[in-house]
Design a protein around this ligand. Sequence first.
Ligand SMILES: Nc1ncnc2c1ncn2[C@@H]1O[C@H](COP(=O)(O)OP(=O)(O)OP(=O)(O)O)[C@@H](O)[C@H]1O
Length: 452
Amino acid sequence: MTGKAGSILIVDDNKSILTALKLLLGNYFNRVVTLPAPTALVSTLRSEKFDVVLLDMNFSAGINNGNEGLYWLSEVKKESPASQVVLFTAYADIDLAVKAIKKGAVDFVVKPWDNSKLIATLQAAYNLSISKQEVKQLREIKREFRSEASMFWGDSEAMRTLRQMIEKVAPTDATILIAGENGTGKDMLAREIHALSARRDESLVSVDMGALTETLFESELFGHVKGAFTDARSDRAGKFEVASGGTLFLDEIGNLPYHLQSKLLSVIQSRTVTRVGSNTPVPVDIRLICATNRNLPEMVASGSFREDLFYRINTIHVTLPPLRDRPEDILPLAERFLSQYAARYGKNITAIDRTAAEKLGAYPWYGNIRELQHAVEKAVILCEGERLQAADFVLAQRDETVMPGGVTTLEEMESSLIRRAMDQHKGNLSQVAVQLGITRQTLYNKIKKYNL
Ligand SMILES: Nc1ncnc2c1ncn2[C@@H]1O[C@H](COP(=O)(O)OP(=O)(O)OP(=O)(O)O)[C@@H](O)[C@H]1O
């Protein structure tokens, strides 16, 4: 923070402290308001919002156990959840600090204080409040954009079991690892878990671990203090601090280089972060969700992913099935996307033609739900009538010699294709024959040949 910015409310029953702080902090904050007793705290917050509240922990003389401070802290969080609270105490009481952080305070300053440290702490709290407000605004914009795009669970056995599991674990603070191919909805599931948790009113902060360069890793995740490196012009909170109180979603965790994995592990274990350039660990209260499209147990076995980190993030493990393994959900999903895109592009398209539906059902969707979504979007743009036709779907031609599941010979491929078509059409052989472009008789012969 350079120059003056933001507003701060200081609550302390020592008048000379209030006078000194008003003078000092007036150089750094646009507005400084002081209160000599906490009794007017709630009404003050009701009439004016403050970015930061500096709150004394020990009000009544003689009772220095800080409980009164904890009480007023929770009152501030109730009345003004967006204000960041820094506590002021005469005692370096780490237990109390931990309690206060759990109740939503961001930091702690011990009296007698050092001016430059106090200013740095309050500015960091202000920056954190701005970051949180930005995340909140972004979340609201996204929510508006996605208002129709809530998670579709579908009817498959795999998704039903998954849903029951998620409903059980989402409200707890358990760490969850989501595995699944690209485009299966890992990001969407992480949002769903956050929305079902007690932290739903706080932020969900996402970090793409694959996109973090080595130099950015620490400052992005743990933050930095002014002057820590050339570009660090002001104190800045990292994603862990911004997510504190809410959920941190680490996407593509399997792409994190090996030597950075131990740094991540140590933060997850200690639940404290130390900003680059600082020596003071700051406690963080996060719920952690990780996602990957890679096979982490295999990476652990081959030595490219740390076993200790894997066990830390793998308390609850869920896997999103590929779309081709839940063919019954293809059409309902396509219909949802159709209504979204028809509205977005202002087109009166109301249905998907039977032949188009068959084409979608037969396609392997290696890009999963994302590929289906894009295919429907393109079809909506191309479509000239009121129903999407097979010709509106321009689907990529796959090299069928590279099929999943280790299929290699021509015969294996043929039998695998027939089995898949039979699953899709729930054993209706006339439909299978039509889809595969062969007669029913040829289909019977092949079923016999391959013992299907
Ligand atoms: N169950 C679902 N219901 C509705 N839309 C979904 C669902 N799952 C995924 N989508 C949509 O599909 C797209 C891809 O989903 P998402 O980004 O969550 O997948 P991902 O597994 O995180 O992908 P990647 O591994 O490539 O990051 C998004 O646009 C999302 O809105």
